[in-house]
Design a protein around this ligand. Sequence first.
Ligand SMILES: [Zn+2]
Length: 114
Amino acid sequence: MEKTVGRVCPQCGRVLEESFVVCPYCGKSLTITSKEEKPRSKGGLGSGIASVICVVVGFFAFGIILSIVAMITGATALTRKGATGKVLGAIGLIGGVLEFIVTLLAFIGLNLGL
Ligand SMILES: [Zn+2]
């Protein structure tokens, strides 16, 4: 059974009885609004920022490790909601891939004594 608690209609703002599943004033369905209005997963902003930071820091130290972290967090940010997070995630992902390649080539070069 649906559990509807005494609430305010999210669409028209009227106070409704808890037994209502549809707002009698505006017709807004009330059973799915609680899920709609509270998306469980946060936006990818945090992951996107972390990804970009990993790329930047990776230029100075721990290039391989941080480039991998940047790729993972960047990809994570891309799967989440939030435009800013997606942009940062894309930057972090691409930056991470480039950094991984550059660092790997530099590492190989050093070991070959080039
Ligand atoms: Zn309403």
